[in-house]
Ligand binder design. Structure first.
Ligand SMILES: [Ca+2]
Ligand SMILES: [Ca+2]
Length: 448
């Protein structure tokens, strides 16, 4: 491979593709005017505290954290802060999906895929991580996975049957109205049948937790509401929820929302593994992203599933860091950084100076399949692997998230060799070639 930096034009195109704006024109990480998240001290009743201050919260939290969130008029904030039952108040912020439609091979601008198929395709990412049907002796049967996203398509024949219950932070149902969540769900658990695609853990049960709207945009407060629902229901549903996939994020710091962080810590403390997209900005480190920068989560960066098929002068190999991926070496002292890389696109091709991405093939809202690229597509490959690992755990035992992380890292493919450097101008090597997730490798770390 020739190392040759591509023009900045490439990074400009990336940026346009990854920023989601809400109705107010705000970008992920921006504060939402006059909206706050309130954490209460132990023993306080969220509804009662809100009522005492004349507030009508959007969300009330009782399990992962205790508190509420919503509109707080400027004049009320000081009084609320002075309430002896209030522990902390943080501004609510925009958070968004981290995936985007991408062209199918040779079809610029096209979404690839389309209608239902009469035969099943095993996607390149599933093949790359060694999880094609027959590759491993597990399917994730009996393991529940919460897809904290734009919802799931309840009618998609390659996802059914979905979990028996669901959550939405919006009016109506948790039915996907964007397509992102449905695509993520298919990577995790599209069924092994005769149609469309097959996921990493086709026997796992998906639960729709809708915290992002039809534009793929949401808020920290909605994400906390989704996590609160997950913890309240995880042990009570027919396939207990052991894994959470969050292909969403925003720029931020580890300290800018202590309440979101506390909610995630509570889930992880209950041995629910939280897998998160690293971010789609190659100029950013994972430590600059929320929730990917939290030490308790497994942050997943993106690589190519297979070698490119067309280029002028540079061949982009399998297991190359995606041109869009955020990264950052895993620091075992702080727990911050990329746990592992996983396919977030099939391949990259170059028509100098542009890079085009052929996305991951997965389930499409409304039926059939579509291609999308992003660390949003990387995280669910690992989520599927964690579901496979959980299936091996005997009843009454648990897979602690740190043990899952250790098995995934030690069992990875091509440790110290990949990810290969991306040739884009925005990429800089983070000093760790952590390898690409391997389903058989990770399983050997828990079943030996
Ligand atoms: Ca299928
Ligand atoms: Ca790395």
């Amino acid at each position: 491979m020739r190392y040759c930096k591509l023009l900045y034009l490439v990074s400009f195109v990336i940026a346009l593709g990854t920023i989601n704006y809400n109705a107010l024109g705000q970008a992920p990480g921006d504060k939402i005017p006059d909206r706050y998240i309130v954490a209460l001290k132990p023993g306080a009743a969220p509804q009662a505290v809100a009522a005492r201050h004349g507030l009508a919260p959007d969300f009330v939290y009782n399990v992962a954290v205790k508190g509420f969130a919503g509109f707080i008029p400027p004049g009320q904030l000081k009084k609320l802060q002075a309430d002896s039952q209030v522990a902390s108040i943080v501004p609510d912020r925009i958070i968004a999906a981290i995936g985007k439609p991408s062209g199918g091979g040779g079809k610029p601008g096209g979404g690839g895929g389309g209608g239902g198929t009469t035969s099943q395709t095993v996607p390149a990412g599933v093949i790359r991580i060694g999880a094609a049907p027959g590759d491993v002796g597990y399917t994730g049967e009996g393991v529940g996975v919460a897809v904290v996203d734009t919802g799931l398509d309840f009618n998609h024949k390659d996802l059914k049957p979905l979990g028996s219950t669901s959550f939405t932070a919006y009016r109506g149902s948790a039915q996907d109205d964007n397509g992102h969540g449905t695509h993520v769900g298919g990577i995790i658990a599209a069924r092994n049948n005769s149609v469309d695609v097959v996921g990493v853990a086709p026997g796992a049960t998906l639960y729709a937790v809708k915290v992002l709207d039809r534009r793929g945009s949401g808020s920290d407060s909605a994400v906390i509401a989704g996590l609160d629902w997950v913890l309240a229901n995880a042990a009570n549903v027919d396939s207990p929820i052991h894994v959470v996939n969050m292909s969403l994020g925003r720029t931020g710091t580890i300290n800018d929302n202590s309440i979101l962080h506390a909610a995630i810590q509570k889930l992880v403390g209950a041995n629910i593994c939280v897998v998160v997209a690293a971010g789609n900005d190659a100029t950013k480190e994972v430590s600059q992203m929320v929730p990917a920068g939290y030490p308790e989560v497994l942050a997943i960066a993106s690589t190519t599933a297979k070698k490119g098929t067309s280029n002028v002068s540079i061949l982009i190999d399998q297991d190359t860091a995606s041109y869009f991926t955020s990264d950052g070496a895993y620091d075992s002292a702080t727990g911050i950084g990329v746990t592992i890389s996983a396919p977030g696109e099939d391949q990259e091709n170059i028509a100098y100076p542009y890079i085009t991405s052929v996305g991951i093939l997965s389930t499409k809202l409304g039926g059939g399949t579509v291609r999308m690229s992003g660390t949003s597509m990387s995280a669910p490959h690992v989520t599927g692997v964690v579901a496979l690992m959980w299936e091996t755990i005997p009843f009454g035992f648990v897979l602690e998230p740190e043990d899952a992380r250790a098995a995934i890292r030690s069992g990875a493919n091509n440790i110290n060799i990949v990810p290969y450097n991306s040739p884009t101008s925005t990429y800089s090597y983070d000093n760790e070639r952590e390898g690409v997730v391997s389903a058989p490798g990770a399983l050997s770390g828990v079943t030996k």
